[in-house]
Design a protein around this ligand. Structure first.
Ligand SMILES: *[C@@H]1O[C@H](CO)[C@@H](O)[C@H](O)[C@H]1NC(C)=O
Ligand SMILES: *[C@@H]1O[C@H](CO)[C@@H](O)[C@H](O)[C@H]1NC(C)=O
Length: 978
């Protein structure tokens, strides 16, 4: 949601949805941020100097210290410009081959923020014991596997090589610059609080003199000749006091063998990142990472949005590498291509140490494993949260909620969750129901829960400053609120609730207290949310944090957090802590923890452990619909798989055609929610006229039939980190024709390929098939044939049609009985779509558990593999096997299956669930018989058509086996005799 400032109201009035209405002047460009300006000026000077440019940083070889096991080395680093300033460098190689590079100022005037990694990482990574650093005259190096890390001494340059080929190079362009802490120049220090030691003052005076000399001055040559916004910075009406002075960090990171890069979400751009520097860049400003509440954001821009994940993939046909920069402060990233085979990036951060993880790949799947090893995998969400979420700002009363639910049921449209935005809360004091409109919140929630549904209610981080609000009062008493620049008292800003303060979740004293608020039972020790139930889950909005009267609609950078750190140091991490603690609070409301659902707008590296995100306040335009897909893909490859963009667009009144298309996009997002601004017309799907209403009903039902696919994909990502939505470069890393594709993608390992339509008036589209394989139209069973070098096909895409294909070689499990909510599907039978590949085989899997508890961690689940294999020339055998059985104590995909028994409690509870239909596509001819192994002939039908093994295209042959009476929890085989 968005600031309701006077300006906000004005721009709402003039906001036609497709006008570019972003208030750009609310947000800094690089040239308005002192440190970004300095960083870009540095790279401009380097470009001008060409080969004469030389990094002043070098490694002091005499200071190298290698740990006794030889796995880690540390060394001093010096800059020729400031011989008295010391820096320390440390390199270590983790067991999985990730290289960690840390550099910090040593014994400086102050300390740089060094805790970003501590928040992002799941654990201290294990260091490889097989590495031996060896120091030579010019460099120190370590070889491991096919990789080698080389640290050149002078100038300092760090290179990761594979097979002798450069993969990642740090400071190859000489843009490394860690601005050391200094005292403010004497003449200006009279009123300064920073109290420089006498000799420092003298040194500074000396610096001043040096600066004035007109002769070539190496410092000015490198750093520029002005103290550009070193000690204070103005933006619009705000002044940032910058008491610590300049402390920015610049570093160039090059990928000499990689022409395409992806990642660094969140930005509204293509998935393959366009350039911001070099010749004819697409964007003139660098990509910005500074979590911000951007009103009516642009559909194509490197501007900051709500979340920041400093993760980048660099890709080519023969190699993928990645980097993760654990950096919590504002960061700008320039991207340029020296050729179409290499990429240069330049990272400019406001504060913090250099803490860089180089992920060696060599495939996208390896990068996902390496990144998950650092920051964790996405959470396995509650099953119901993969259903349809109906939201609006606002459902205005408990009766409104009941009516909306009734209308869904009257129209037989499935829905799992009803949402309440800020207006449920009296004076926007979250937790506190507006008694007039929500007199019976528990009854209302119980009415929703009666059909297996849930509610999600918003809880924002700004607390109204009033003593009659327990959340504020208790936070204030406990002194866990963010402090103003003085470090004393409580920071006060303006948000939905008027004068507000913000909890400092960096303060561990806030943690247990925050968790206690969500208890639904009374407590003697403090306030608890007794007017709620465990069917209410939480939406965390505004956690960038959004502050209406703050600089860039956020918190002043000189505010003070726990430990004395400034807000600038931790800004991008801040939102993650809020959703972390809220998800823990929801998880632990009951004695037996249950899976929480917490949606967050702001996020950082690691947020995938806490719940879902969405792409914020999008517009109801075709451009936003399209870029939403690209943003969800980008978030997924950076770990945040559980992502979606608001169906319909937050702003505007989409016409029926657009709304139908938006639902088609939405059901192929991992997180599926419709949401709308308070000024928009109601647009719940039951309000549509026919034929649109029927179309949306079919679309929502399609999502529900595919819940087994989605849940199985979530299980996988929760273990491996491979994203739920898989772009082409992830599936087919060697196919350059797929590198730029970001409007069609695969769902998990299911073999489903979708290309949602995001243009008005479309009746057909083209789809790229990357391989010589059959792709079956999901609805018509038309067999399309790809080609070894890739091929585009034309397909129908009228409004009621979704280009959705099953890749030959896949078996897709669905549940096709329409239900009103997903929990009501628990005992429903399955349909298996067996899409034979050119070799006549196929495989797939399904994962099921109770969807709400943690009993799956004790082995309470069902996890089956389905396999179709040609046996000789004359038969096909389709079987179901247990993916977890027979391997007690063994790890599968990294998960210990200790405790798993085929006859576990959950499996018992779904013992009677059958496969009610099997559809086999692409058989080579009419079967002579179809039998369950060891049983009699089954009931089946066959339509002749194109066989998977041939070269033909057209209607595929279809064998439909009716009710084979095999059960999902058991092993079985069906033999098709040709
Ligand atoms: C890359 O550049 C080379 C030389 O300029 C050109 O021949 C080649 O077609 C380009 N490749 C791509 C994928 O654009
Ligand atoms: C999440 O919160 C816990 C406290 O419950 C804390 O120990 C942990 O460091 C936090 N992690 C992140 C990533 O915020």
């Amino acid at each position: 949601m968005q600031p309701w400032t006077l300006l906000g109201v004005l721009s709402l009035l003039i906001a036609v949805p497709d006008a570019l209405a972003v208030k750009s002047h609310d947000f800094k460009t690089c040239s308005q941020a002192g440190f970004c300006r300095r960083g870009r000026a540095l790279s401009a000077r380097a470009a001008d100097a060409k080969s004469a440019w030389k990094s002043p940083y070098s490694l002091d070889a005499s200071s190298i210290a290698i740990t006794p096991n030889k796995a880690v080395f540390t060394a001093g680093v010096k800059s020729t410009l400031y011989p008295d300033i010391k820096f320390g460098l440390e390199l270590r190689v983790h067991e999985d081959g990730v290289v960690r590079v840390r550099m910090d100022e040593v014994d400086g005037l102050r300390k740089r923020y060094d805790e970003a990694a501590a928040w992002a990482l799941i654990a201290e990574p294990r260091i490889s014991q097989d590495i031996a650093w060896t120091a030579g005259k010019k460099d120190i190096r370590a070889k491991y596997g096919n990789n080698e890390v080389v640290v050149a001494f002078e100038p300092l340059k760090i290179t990761l090589l594979r097979g002798g080929k450069e993969q990642v190079v740090l400071n190859g362009q000489g843009l490394l610059h860690m601005e050391h802490f200094r005292a403010k120049a004497v003449a200006e220090t009279k009123t300064e609080e920073a109290d420089p030691a006498p000799e420092q003052g003298a040194e500074d005076a000396e610096e001043q003199v040096v600066m004035e000399v007109k002769e070539p001055n190496p410092r000015a040559w490198f750093e520029g000749d002005s103290e550009d916004d070193w000690w204070e910075e103005r933006f619009s009406t705000w002044t940032d006091t910058k008491p610590k002075g300049p402390e920015s960090l610049s570093i160039d990171i090059s990928f000499p063998s990689h022409g395409t890069i992806y990642g660094i979400p969140q930005h509204a751009t293509r998935l393959a990142l366009p350039t911001t520097a070099g010749d004819a860049p697409t964007f003139t400003d660098p990509y910005r990472l500074y979590n911000a509440d951007v009103f009516e954001y642009l559909a194509s821009s490197p501007m900051s949005l709500y979340g920041s994940i400093p993760v980048l993939h660099a890709h080519s046909a023969d190699s993928t590498v990645g980097i993760f920069h654990a950096m919590g402060s504002e960061t700008w990233i320039d991207v340029a291509h020296a050729s179409n085979k290499s990429t240069q990036t330049h990272w400019i951060s406001e504060s913090g140490i250099l803490d860089l993880f180089l992920m060696p790949g060599p495939t996208p799947a390896d990068i996902f494993a390496q990144y998950a090893g650092l920051t964790g995998t996405p959470v396995l969400p509650p099953h119901w949260s993969l259903g349809y979420h109906q939201c609006r700002w606002n459902y205005i009363s408990s009766d409104d909620v009941r009516t909306v639910q009734k209308r869904f049921d009257e129209e037989d449209m499935p829905v799992d969750v009803f949402w309440l935005d800020i207006e449920y809360a009296e004076d926007h004091k979250y937790f506190m129901w507006d008694q007039k409109n929500f007199p019976d919140p528990v009854d209302m929630t119980n009415d929703v829960a009666a059909l297996g549904r849930k509610m999600v209610v918003i809880v924002d981080p700004h607390l109204k400053r009033t003593d009659n609000y327990p959340a504020f009062k208790e936070a204030s008493d406990r002194k866990v609120l963010v402090k103003p620049p003085s470090g004393e008292g409580e920071y006060e800003g303006w948000c939905w609730s008027g004068s507000s303060s913000w909890i400092d979740f960096f303060d561990p004293n806030s943690w247990d207290w925050w968790m206690s608020l969500f208890k639904t039972t009374a407590s003697k020790t403090g306030w608890t949310w007794t007017s709620s139930t465990t069917d209410i889950h939480i939406w965390n909005d505004m956690n960038e944090p959004s502050v209406f009267n703050g600089p860039e609609i956020s918190m002043p950078r000189d505010n003070i957090h726990y430990g004395g750190w400034e807000h600038r140091d931790v800004h991008n991490i801040n939102g993650m802590l809020f959703s972390n603690l809220t998800s823990k609070a929801v998880q632990h409301r009951t004695d037996q923890p249950t899976r929480p659902f917490v949606l967050t707008r702001s996020f950082f590296a690691g947020s995938q452990r806490f719940g879902a995100m969405w792409t914020g306040d999008n517009l109801g335009t075709w451009e936003h619909m399209a870029v939403g897909i690209q943003m969800v893909l980008a978030n997924g490859i950076a770990g945040m798989s559980f992502a979606g963009s608001d169906v319909g667009g937050f702003f505007g009144n989409p016409e029926p055609e657009m709304l139908v298309r938006w639902y088609q996009v939405g059901i192929f997002n991992p997180f599926l929610r419709a949401h709308a601004h308070i000024d928009t017309k109601r647009r719940e799907p039951f309000l549509l006229e026919q034929p649109y209403k029927g179309m949306v009903k079919d679309i929502l039902r399609l999502r529900y039939t595919m819940l087994p696919v989605w849940y199985t994909a979530f299980r996988e990502t929760s273990v491996t980190g491979v994203p739920v939505l898989r772009p082409h470069y992830v599936m087919f890393p060697k196919d350059p024709k797929g590198f730029d594709l970001d409007d069609q993608y695969f769902i998990g390992a299911s073999g489903l390929l979708v290309k949602p339509i995001t243009t008005k008036g479309a009746t057909e589209t083209t789809v790229y098939l990357p391989e010589d394989e059959v792709y079956y139209d999901y609805f018509t069973h038309h067999a399309h044939r790809g080609a070894a070098k890739g091929k585009e096909i034309s397909v129908q895409a009228a409004l009621h049609q979704i280009p959705l294909f099953v890749r030959g070689g896949s078996i897709v499990p669905t549940r096709e009985r329409p239900r009103r909510s997903s929990p009501l599907m628990k005992q429903d039978p399955f349909t298996l779509r067996v899409a034979l590949n050119t070799k006549g085989s196929a495989k797939g899997e399904v994962y099921l558990d109770d969807g709400v508890s943690y009993k799956h961690e004790e082995g309470q689940f069902v996890w089956r593999a389905f396999t179709a294999e040609a046996v000789g020339k004359k038969s096909v055998r389709l079987s179901s096997t247990d993916l977890a059985a027979g391997r007690p104590g063994e790890a599968v995909d990294g998960v210990a299956l200790t405790g798993y028994k085929a006859a576990n409690g959950f499996a018992e509870s779904v013992r009677d669930v059958r496969v009610e239909k099997v559809v086999v596509l692409g058989l080579s001819g009419k079967p002579a018989s179809v039998k369950v192994e060891g049983g009699g002939e089954l009931v089946w039908e066959y339509t002749a058509g194109v066989a998977a093994g041939g070269k033909g295209e057209g209607a595929a042959s279809v064998l439909t086996i009716k009710d084979p009476k095999v059960r999902i929890v058991e092993g079985w085989a069906i033999v098709i005799q040709l």
